[in-house]
Design a protein around this ligand. Structure first.
Ligand SMILES: [Zn+2]
Length: 447
């Protein structure tokens, strides 16, 4: 059933996708009156020369049957936006596994791998492999953090720029520097900010609670303002009740009258703090205009890993996404790490992130407009206003899934999805893992 649809579309420059189920939150809803419990509407989408011409309620206009492709209620989404990844670390698992599964071992193992292997060719090949995966799964924009101590940004940013150019028609790429924020108080850190500005990147870092945090943040905001850079900060990636980095960042943004965009990733500890602390933090985050990105798969993996008192994890590791959303704070979800010491799995498939986030964070009762957090909201945060939505006059970058309702979409593998870019189906074959064999040693079978 599905393959003939793909073959049919690939022969047409002009067609309608009829009887498609679209999330109402991702379209201009003016003409739609019948909405399902899951927030879906039945729509006909007119596509011409790679662009969306119009979206109308199904059966409301006469369509020439020669140009109509009936999707029979299958879900259609805009191509995904992956707001927080680490492409430079991706796919090193076989040569540098994290056999404890702890955050500390992840950090130590990744640093050691970087020192040993991260020359241009190694970084390039693994990043390119990840882009191939993401593209085939239907992602059209990715923001990646890049480890940026010492000489590494000279290598990684050059590789990033090469890939950004080579992939510009397929995936929009943004880079974020990744160091602890005290590094920006050093001369090397100052230089790093200059390098990030040069590549049009985002100033990033890890925020740890320490006695000098306020002055470190003030300095960070000062250089971000001076260079007109947005911020993207790893925040409170732990289960420590004392970790109030998010609150500190928000207060610093207000204190420094910062007008750029701020994105905070993880914010796990918010989930273990008292209602009083949470309320104060949310007030400040809202006032400061901060957006939050949750990384549910990596959090589930890394948070609450065995401690001395128990072995089985007892909390999910994700931040309070519902409370944030209720407060009107933009919330996105993203992949984070892929097959590296911070997360041993993953394939940069945002549908998997959606599936897992729905289960881990209970996004299903109701689904409401949570789908925006994988599409429209990360698109807005990345400044891509024609992405993550389904609208008139924008490229027909869409994913057609076999599933008709969320329960079908999120239950059975959707690997046979059709990805349209500029109205044409792309090859969704995933790269073979053997492409990485020269970079990561092949595991030996022990005797
Ligand atoms: Zn991260």
């Amino acid at each position: 059933m599905f393959q003939p649809i793909k073959n049919h579309i690939s022969k047409l420059d002009y067609y309608w996708l009829t009887h498609s189920n679209l999330p109402i939150s991702l379209i201009n809803s003016a003409n739609f009156t019948r909405v399902t419990r899951e927030g879906l509407v039945l729509a006909d989408i007119e596509i011409k020369k790679g662009k969306i011409i119009q979206i109308v309620p199904s059966d409301s206009v006469n369509i020439n049957p020669d140009f109509a492709i009936n999707l029979q209620q299958r879900i259609v989404l805009p191509c995904f936006i992956d707001l927080h990844t680490h492409l430079d670390k991706g796919h090193i698992w076989e040569r540098s596994p994290n056999l404890e599964g702890t955050f500390k071992m992840a950090l130590d193992t990744a640093i050691a791998d970087g020192e040993k292997y991260w020359q241009a060719q190694d970084v390039f090949s693994r990043m390119e492999f990840s882009l191939k995966c993401a593209y085939a799964h239907g992602t059209k924009a990715i923001r990646t953090h890049l480890d940026s101590y010492g000489e590494q940004p000279d290598i990684s940013l050059r590789v990033f720029q090469d890939l950004q150019q080579q992939w510009q028609d397929k995936i929009t790429l943004q880079a974020v520097s990744l160091v602890t924020i005290d590094y920006y108080q050093t001369e090397e850190g100052g230089n790093l900010a200059g390098k990030i500005e040069k590549v049009g990147g985002i100033l990033g870092g890890v925020v740890y609670i320490n006695p000098d945090l306020d002055s470190q943040l003030d300095h960070l905001f000062k250089i971000a303002k001076a260079r007109n850079l947005d911020l993207d900060l790893h925040t409170d990636e732990n289960g420590d009740v004392e970790s109030i980095g998010l609150q500190k960042i928000a207060a610093a943004a207000i204190r420094n009258n910062f007008t750029g965009k701020i994105l905070c990733g993880h914010c796990c500890s918010l989930a273990v703090q008292s209602a009083e602390v949470v309320n104060k933090t949310l007030e400040l985050v809202k006032e400061a205009g901060i957006a939050v990105v949750s990384l549910p798969m990596c959090n589930l993996y890394l948070q609450d890993r065995q401690t001395e008192s128990y072995l089985t994890p007892i909390w999910r590791g994700v931040t309070r996404v519902h409370e944030l959303k209720q407060k009107g704070i933009p919330v996105a979800f993203a992949s984070d790490n892929t097959r590296d010491p911070f997360y041993g799995f993953g394939d940069l498939d945002m549908l998997e992130v959606l599936e897992q986030a729905v289960r881990i964070a209970h996004l299903d009762t109701p689904y409401s407009n949570w789908i925006d957090s994988f599409t429209k909201i990360p698109g807005e945060i990345m400044g891509l206003n024609d992405s993550g939505i389904i609208a008139q006059d924008i490229p027909a970058d869409l994913i057609i899934f076999p599933g008709r309702y969320f329960s079908e979409l999120l239950s059975r593998s959707q690997h046979n999805r059709i990805v349209l870019r500029n109205g044409k189906p792309i090859d969704t074959t995933l790269p073979d893992y053997s492409e990485l064999d020269d970079l990561v040693f092949k595991p030996t079978h022990q005797k």
